[in-house]
Design a protein around this ligand. Structure first.
Ligand code: AMP
Ligand code: MG
Length: 338
């Protein structure tokens, strides 16, 4: 029987528990916080997670049991240690600590951004990619180099998803705004100039969200959605392309909830084709926040002895992916395959 790990994700809106082994997701149970109005309210999201933590954990254990994976086979408990909303992180960490103590198995603190990358490497043929990770709160371009995932470029203010959601709210659309903007953008081909902000390798989206809101007084919602997308996506594609050129890598992996967007995928695909790079997008269930990615990176970390004591298991809302020593990658294997 292969080693299995239970992982819990709950950095923001999605509470999700999963049990995986090195081959597959055995079970995953998710309960999503949906704000009644406006965007994500951190305290309410945390209360949601506290209310449903025992439900998702019990249910995922029950489903795994049906597939022949009993409680006694769980070798570790992983949780999202950050980055994320402090109140949400603390709630999930408390559940994970309690579970690890009661099962008598190691606790594993997972960096949420790295989990997005590793689930992509697991579920696509990508081996050593430049990753564009675009989610609600995060927007980063990362690649592995000498023992760490390095951040080659990132947002200096808000994440691309938050910028889309913020603009969508101002236009009277409900949360999450990203998919609604995509739908509306399809109906236009009329580009209105918007602030294109790339500083060196870094990005800024908050001025773009404000400019898009202002543009609504002069242009149609469809035209503004289209222009917002074209501008923001060109920015992230530019930085991804330069990271490819700089690192000499030959693969691009797309990660995070904004990666569901078909126009973004199309633009990245064109850039990759022009550069002779391969472009990989995981199945949608592994793109947005999910428990499976936490369980899977938890498993890789457990297998490489990367576990936490309860005393050192405090959460970190600003947990940087480039602060993590990567214990689970064998560099020779990485070189051999690409
Ligand atoms: P995550 O934080 O990775 O779970 O991603 C959530 C973010 O993805 C939210 O900001 C959503 O608005 C955004 N999102 C989801 N689907 C789409 C889409 N089709 N186009 C653009 N953004 C999207
Ligand atoms: Mg995420």
């Amino acid at each position: 029987m292969k080693r299995t790990v239970l992982g819990i994700e709950g950095t923001a809106w999605n509470l999700s528990a999963a049990i995986v082994n090195e081959n597959d997701v055995i079970a995953e149970v998710t309960h999503t916080y949906v704000p009644p109005i406006g965007g994500i309210h951190p305290r309410e999201a945390a209360q949601h997670h506290a209310k449903f933590a025992s439900y998702v954990i019990e249910k995922v254990l029950e489903e795994a049991e049906k597939k022949g994976v009993s409680l006694s086979l769980i070798a570790g408990v992983a949780f999202s240690q950050g980055p994320g909303l402090g109140a949400c992180l603390r709630t999930v960490a408390t559940a994970a600590r309690a579970l690890s103590l009661s099962l008598g198995v190691p606790l594993i603190g997972v960096n949420h951004c790295l989990a997005h990358i590793e689930v992509g490497r697991w579920k696509t043929p990508a081996r050593d990619p430049v990753t564009l990770y675009v989610s609600g709160a995060n927007s980063q371009v990362l690649a592995y180099n000498m023992g760490k995932y390095r951040v080659f470029g990132e947002t200096l203010d808000i994440g691309l998803g938050n910028a889309l959601d913020k603009f969508a709210r101002s236009a009277g659309l409900t949360h999450p705004g990203g998919p609604k903007i995509e739908e509306l953008a399809r109906k236009s081909k009329n580009y209105i100039p918007m602030p294109y902000v790339v500083k060196g390798m870094d990005l800024s989206f908050s001025g773009l969200a404000t400019a898009a809101t202002d543009a609504l007084t002069k242009a149609s919602l469809e035209d503004v959605c289209y222009s917002f997308q074209e501008t923001a996506f060109s920015m992230v594609v530019e930085v991804t392309e330069r990271a490819l050129a700089h690192t000499g890598k030959k693969e691009v992996l797309l990660a995070g909830g904004v990666g569901a967007n078909m126009r973004l995928r199309e633009m990245l695909k064109i850039m990759c084709e022009e550069r002779g790079a391969s472009f990989y997008v995981p199945e949608k269930r592994f793109m947005g926040d999910n428990g499976a990615m936490i369980a899977y990176l938890g498993l890789l970390m457990l297998n490489s002895g990367n576990i936490l004591s309860i005393e050192n298991s405090h959460v970190n809302p600003n947990f940087r992916p480039d602060s993590v020593k990567v214990t689970w990658i064998n560099e020779d294997e990485l070189k051999g395959d690409t």
